[in-house]
Design a protein around this ligand. Structure first.
Ligand SMILES: C[S@@+](CC[C@H](N)C(=O)[O-])C[C@H]1O[C@@H](n2cnc3c(N)ncnc32)[C@H](O)[C@@H]1O
Length: 253
């Protein structure tokens, strides 16, 4: 599977045209007034920026939602600092390491860490995903309950290998690269299949791990599907497992 071409951005509502054009310019996306006949298009509606897929069996729109749905559920009932992700980054009572999430995606993991008190820098290189993230963070900042969490999240657009070298060091670098075979499992929902189709597999993740291990102050955490081989064959110092996921920990000397 290879990545789809970067989608263009269309505005559905006249009053937000300036916002749409600014977003397109910020992330190097083509601004268009035309409906797309390519598989994906970003559309700015009255409420949000969303990624739409066209064609047979297309899923509903993809957008970043940090206020309701799964994010809200996980924030309230996700298990707090005892959940595997929190333990993997080294969240203990009283300690909230700084984290760079170098593969931000739709910010689900980053949001969990920020909601548990971590300062999180999110890096995303895919322009359409980065635009969705910027929009999702902006909307979440308007919600009284979620705003203090989002205030701990900062977005960087670009290749993580470069950003990691330019940013101040963080305690933890967190990696969740796209895993090629995940797409084929029946467990992967339609929305995630669309996301995988847009982004393609992260075949260069081994190099990212190498850079992450150079710059992290305390540890690098790599999220893998349970049973998957280690990223780039690199044996971790420890692993933490949950139902479908394994977090491999590379501790810094
Ligand atoms: C599996 S998704 C991450 C999902 C994320 N953990 C979440 O909770 O939503 C992987 C994302 O990392 C991004 N990515 C992969 N390698 C990258 C790199 N070297 N630099 C920046 N972004 C990268 C991809 O574009 C994709 O959006």
């Amino acid at each position: 599977m290879t990545a789809s071409p970067v989608p263009g951005l269309r505005c559905e509502t006249e009053s937000r045209r300036d916002t749409a054009q600014a977003l397109a310019a910020q992330f190097g996306l083509e601004y268009t007034d035309a409906h797309s006949d390519s598989p994906f298009q970003l559309v700015l509606t009255d409420q949000r920026l969303e990624l739409r897929q066209f064609g047979e069996d297309a899923p509903g729109p993809i957008f970043v939602d940090l206020v309701e749905g799964k994010a809200a559920h996980r924030r309230r009932f996700g298990g707090g600092r005892g959940q595997p992700l929190a333990r993997a980054v080294g969240l203990k009572s009283g300690a909230s390491p700084s984290v760079i999430d170098a593969t931000a995606g739709l910010a689900r993991d980053a949001f969990v860490l920020a909601s548990l008190g971590c300062e999180v820098t999110l890096i995303e290189r895919q322009p359409a995903i980065a635009a969705l993230l910027a929009d999702g963070l902006q909307r979440a900042a308007l919600d009284a309950e979620v705003a203090p969490i989002v205030a701990r999240m900062t977005l960087q657009f670009g290749p993580a290998e470069e950003c990691l070298r330019a940013l101040p060091q963080a305690d933890v670098v967190y990696l969740d690269p796209m895993y090629p075979t995940r797409d084929k499992t029946a467990l992967v929902k339609k929305e995630m299949r669309a996301f995988h189709r847009l982004v393609g597999p992260d075949t260069d993740a081994g190099e990212l791990l190498r850079v992450a291990r150079e710059v992290a102050r305390k540890r690098v955490v790599v999220k893998r599907p349970k049973g998957a081989e280690f990223l780039a064959g690199a044996r971790p110092g420890a692993s933490i497992e949950s139902k479908n996921t394994r977090y491999d920990l590379y501790l810094c000397p």
